[in-house]
Design a protein around this ligand. Structure first.
Ligand code: ADP
Length: 203
């Protein structure tokens, strides 16, 4: 079943691909794909960094991206965005040594029990990242599980809210061909996979 406006999202097959086990669904003309791996090695138009609001670099996926990109990435980020980036917003840079055209730096919320607007801020981080990708003609975009590390967003909720927002965006915008979630751990891959399976029933 292919996607037409208003139709259900069709879950395709769980695929075994070169990089390991992957899963995907089709949302209108776009593929949403889950892979387990390292976001710094992805060949896509843009990768998304789970940054902090100072855009100061740090540990986790942020540190990995800056290490792999080299110092040019931090130099550009500091020069163009000295004021940082508020939670839920996103900014874009070039990509240094990475195998992508752009890095989109977004700031997810720090989990504080769930009643402080965390879901809306997380969704806003995804939505603004995807809009920046569209604005810069990026047709393939890779995301990590934003906020699901040091920022302590519970992984099952992170999976649900992230996939909900990305599929909502793709139902309204056909300028993106692939959104790839690159999940570092078995736990994160499993959590996103369980949510993606349910989309067959609920979308
Ligand atoms: P946040 O501060 O937004 O929680 P973290 O970097 O601490 O960001 O974690 C976000 C997610 O990124 C976590 O699930 C973490 O396991 C994952 N992660 C860490 N390194 C990488 C990487 N190289 N590629 C993809 N995901 C990564």
């Amino acid at each position: 079943m292919t996607s037409v406006w208003g139709e259900r999202v069709a879950t395709e097959l769980a695929l075994r691909e070169e990089e390991g086990i992957a899963m995907r669904i089709q949302v209108r003309s776009a593929t949403v794909r889950l892979v387990q791996g390292d976001i710094t090695t992805q060949s896509v138009d843009a990768i998304v960094n789970a940054a902090n609001s100072q855009l100061a670099g740090g540990g986790g996926v942020d540190g990995a991206i800056h290490r792999a990109a080299g110092p040019a990435l931090m130099e550009e980020t500091k020069r163009r965005y000295p004021e940082g980036c508020p939670t839920g917003q996103a900014v874009i840079t070039e990509s240094g040594n990475l195998d992508c055209r752009h890095v989109i730096h977004t700031v997810g919320p720090i989990w504080d029990g769930g009643l402080e607007g965390e879901p809306e801020l997380l969704k806003s981080a995804y939505r603004n990242s995807l809009q920046l990708a569209v604005d810069h003609n990026c047709q393939s975009v890779a995301f990590p599980a934003i906020s699901a590390g040091v920022y302590a967003y519970p992984i099952d909720l992170a999976a649900e809210h992230s996939l909900e927002e990305v599929t909502n965006f793709l139902r309204e915008c056909e300028d993106i061909g692939e959104v790839r979630f690159v999940l570092f751990s078995d736990g994160a891959f499993g959590a996103f996979g369980r949510v993606l399976e349910r989309f067959e029933e609920i979308v």
